[in-house]
Design a protein around this ligand. Structure first.
Ligand SMILES: Cc1cc2nc3c(=O)[nH]c(=O)nc-3n(C[C@H](O)[C@H](O)[C@H](O)COP(=O)(O)O)c2cc1C
Length: 158
């Protein structure tokens, strides 16, 4: 099937065969407003230097904040955090309500619970069709070694 005759729902289903973890990416803008969203496009790129990437839809309500921000955090979710995954995948501005975040580097909010967290400085932003690809250098990380939430074919696996 060539790219101009791709059936989008079949295409998305096929992509779903690639099992991934789930992360909530967080940042804070110049006015101190926090932004965050659920992603499964996170990946490691380089070890030396330590680089990671993820992508954000251009029409995401959080996109402008991440394009301007110099820092972000990748909070990898644990198996029991489906509710957090769903909260940060829903549009709207009250995603952080009732979540007692700590402040990481540059004031970026860090979730109270995570499997691991990577605190990053944005190194580059690339165009990627209807997404922006954000490449970051990892400045600090913590691994709590809990089992990660797994996303596969549109469902969670535990
Ligand atoms: C498991 C899962 C993975 C997702 N991965 C991404 C992603 O990699 N990039 C992205 O832009 N949106 C992704 N989304 C969708 C966003 O979480 C969602 O569209 C967004 O949070 C909507 O709110 P916003 O407009 O405030 O950003 C994913 C959603 C789910 C449930």
């Amino acid at each position: 099937m060539s790219s101009n005759e791709i059936d989008l729902s079949e295409y998305r289903r096929a992509l779903g065969s690639f099992a991934t973890g789930v992360a909530v990416i967080t940042t804070v803008d110049k006015n101190g407003d926090r932004a965050g969203l659920t992603v499964n496009s996170f990946n490691s790129v380089s070890l030396r230097p330590p680089l990671v990437l993820w992508s954000i839809a251009c029409d995401s309500g959080a996109c402008a904040a991440f394009l301007e921000a110099e820092h972000f955090a990748v909070n990898i979710l644990s198996t029991h955090q489906r509710n957090i995954c769903e909260k940060f995948a829903a549009g709207g501005s009250n995603k952080f309500e009732k979540i007692d975040c700590t402040e990481g580097l540059a004031g970026v909010p860090i979730l109270p619970e995570f499997s691991s967290v990577f605190e990053c400085k944005t190194q580059n932003i690339f165009d990627g069709g209807d997404h922006k690809i954000i490449l970051g250098q990892v400045l600090r990380f913590e691994d709590r070694k809990t089992d990660p939430l797994i996303f596969y074919r549109g469902h969670f696996m535990t």
